[in-house]
Ligand binder design. Structure first.
Ligand SMILES: [Zn+2]
Length: 475
């Protein structure tokens, strides 16, 4: 055991401490809410970006890069959008010493940077669907207490933007995006709840918003991905229109898809434990650490063998560290566990003699890897590790969600599923009990087994419910 703060009862203390001890990010930068990614943390973030690219490009998305600065004149075009962001925008008003004619917004999101160009790019139905994405930093003047990775003012952000022929095509894009998000989350061994956000909490300017939320303990949830259907709201504001097959001018329908560095925060929050970080193998900055265990007399042959193993695994594309420092093995185990490395390989004289390596994964499961089949053995051990991690996360997920049939069954230590009539009046009643709220209505299957239970009536007014709603405290 380490002396980390208790994760269940002091989550934010635990989270900050783990980031610091594992050296993921450095919060000492002299502007509040702006954090520095260390090489170790940035490696994980880059691997997450790679995973996102791999899952969205088969849907037809192409990577692009738009400017960071947005002229106020474009920013003001969609009324609801600007209203939703007006409290959070940083403005550039000077160029050197000269006041700018039109002030420039540091993008809080890029609709208003991208859509003036879409309006030029889209001419004919043949130009559609148009799908682009960028991975960039966005800026939001967060007024709540900032937290490293979870609530920052400069955010590492994936944003996908599409233009479609009509509402149905946009709807299909929303479903395709959600399908890719499922694959991303699965690769990260993360379960989540898929929610349609309530009207009053949808993205500024959207027709509707879907969010993926992860319960992280207590009744807290973390939003880890969003997909929005805009209908033609932005297309009308930015004049994104095309000529259809019959020569008629029509507005495109649009969707967006967002994932931020919070997804990495979710990985840390969900999988980390009393010993520190736990990375799923796909984004682990170091997937395998090799620890030579030798007496002085055989140190040289053991180290040579360990180096050979490292070289072979790295040649296959694995991320492998060899810890040949003078630390005692116990101290090395502790340090690499804190860094969340999925697999540790211990090599001593016996392993060399038997040509069988001893492996222990980050969840404490042991295995033997045959020396003659090194790569296959390590790949299998990593796969088994991910499977166990997924299982552990699923079971924690199930324990963090319950069904509440009465208002006084809403609890502070779990997320609740309730019947809800859909009215805003009842929705707001959920907020009476502190900072909890209805974060959305469950889309698709219930995230937990309700054992065939019929949906209960509205927990607040007793009328028929129209959906299962999720009550939690969003972090
Ligand atoms: Zn009601």
């Amino acid at each position: 055991m380490t002396d980390l703060p208790d994760k269940e009862h002091a989550f934010l203390d635990w989270f900050n401490e783990v980031l610091e001890r594992a050296n993921v990010s450095d919060k000492r930068y002299p502007v509040k809410g702006l954090n520095v990614w260390t090489p170790f943390g940035f490696k994980a973030l880059s691997l997450m970006d790679r995973l996102i690219r791999e899952k969205v490009e088969p849907l037809g998305y192409q990577e692009t890069a738009f400017p960071t600065l947005i002229p106020d004149t474009e920013f003001q075009k969609e009324g609801k959008h600007i209203k939703g962001f007006e409290e959070e925008v940083y403005w550039v008003t000077l160029g050197g010493k000269t006041p700018l004619d039109v002030r420039l917004a540091l993008r809080p999101t890029s609709e208003t940077a991208i859509y003036p160009m879409f309006s030029l790019w889209v001419r004919s139905h043949k130009d559609l669907p148009l799908r682009v994405y960028q991975i960039c930093n966005v800026f939001r003047y967060e007024t709540k207490t900032t937290r490293p990775i979870l609530r920052v003012r400069e955010i590492h952000f994936f944003e996908g933007h599409t233009v479609q022929l009509g509402e149905a095509e946009a709807e299909a894009q929303v479903q395709a995006d959600l399908g890719s998000f499922l694959a991303i989350a699965d690769a990260l061994c993360l379960p989540y709840i898929k929610n349609k956000r309530p009207e009053w909490d949808k993205f500024a300017g959207a027709f509707y918003s879907v969010a993926c939320d992860l319960p992280i303990g207590g009744n807290r949830t973390l939003q880890i991905g969003t997909v929005h259907h805009y209908k033609d709201n932005f297309a009308k504001a930015f004049n994104i229109c095309y000529e259809d097959k019959d020569g008629e001018q029509k507005f495109g329908h649009q969707t967006t898809y967002g994932i931020s560095e919070r997804l990495l925060g979710a990985v840390i929050a969900m999988h980390g434990d009393d010993h520190g970080l736990v990375w799923p193998s796909i984004i682990a900055p170091v997937q395998v650490v090799i620890i030579p265990i030798a007496r002085e007399s055989d140190a040289r042959s053991v180290n040579d063998f360990a180096q050979d193993v490292q070289r072979k695994l790295m040649a296959e594309g694995l991320r492998v560290a060899l810890d040949a420092s003078d630390e005692r093995p116990g101290a090395k185990y502790y340090a690499w566990e804190m860094k969340g490395v999925p697999l540790r390989i211990e090599i001593g004289p016996r392993e060399i003699k038997d040509n069988k390596l001893s492996a222990v994964n980050r969840l404490g499961e042991r295995s033997k890897i045959p020396g003659e089949d090194l790569m296959a053995g390590v790949a299998e051990a990593l796969e088994a590790f991910d499977a166990s991690l997924r299982k552990r996360a699923d079971s924690a997920f199930q324990e963090r969600i319950t069904i509440a049939r009465e208002e006084d069954e809403l609890k502070d230590d779990v997320v609740s599923l309730v019947g809800w009539c859909g009215s805003e009046e009842c929705g707001k009643k959920a907020e009476k009990g502190g900072d909890r709220s209805i974060i959305g209505t469950v889309m698709g299957e219930l995230p937990i087994d309700a054992k065939g239970m019929a949906r209960p009536s509205c927990i607040f007014c007793g009328n028929d419910s129209s959906a299962w709603a999720v009550v939690s405290r969003p972090l």
